[in-house]
Write a protein that binds this ligand. Sequence first.
Ligand SMILES: C[S@@+](CC[C@H](N)C(=O)[O-])C[C@H]1O[C@@H](n2cnc3c(N)ncnc32)[C@H](O)[C@@H]1O
Length: 215
Amino acid sequence: MTSTPAARTPAARPSPVPAGSGVFLREFVRDPLRTASCLPSSHALAVAATAPVPETGDPVVVELGPGTGAFTDVIARRLGGRGHHLAVELNPRLAALLHRSHPGLDVAVADATDLPALLAARGLGAADVVVSGLPWAAYPPGGTPLTAVIAGAMGPGSAFTQFGYACTRWTVPARRLRARLGEAFEEVVVGRTVLANVPPAFVLTARRPRPRGRG
Ligand SMILES: C[S@@+](CC[C@H](N)C(=O)[O-])C[C@H]1O[C@@H](n2cnc3c(N)ncnc32)[C@H](O)[C@@H]1O
């Protein structure tokens, strides 16, 4: 039996690397601390990180550090045009790329710490879901914790997710972030390790933001 030429072409095989990998690698070389990874997240991790995005209603969904859009596509598909999807990306080259690849998306070239002002400028009120792809470096030890800023911009029934690489789980910045989340939210759940991601990663899900200053 002979196989057809189409079955043997490289295009028929699924790509082993996520879309946007070349751009990501270039930005990682430019700024390794802020980019924090040389590969975009996998679809499996995107599904885990975006699980709190509701399938009904008109939620305000914020994405922090969208990069090349690994989570953006999954969020957009879940929303199906409902609500408001705001992507906050510090790197102007990645933001421009995201704007081109997702014409209907609200992309802000800004720091995650600007979240309250970005929501206010759009008349959006509190966020229902915040999905973060931010690196540990975005959560520095001093000053007002970014976790408190984010929690302060979220509604009572909202959810926040942040992924981390399993190999960094016990590092000082990761443990500090876990503690800060506990101060800013009543509940923090550590998800199972997503082995299909390169490198394996996990998702922290925080719910019920505490009123500012009570933590
Ligand atoms: C590890 S990448 C994650 C990208 C994407 N979410 C993914 O999972 O493939 C981190 C992203 O956060 C962005 N970033 C870093 N610090 C930021 C900050 N303070 N505010 C907004 N974006 C930031 C980086 O430019 C980069 O796109």
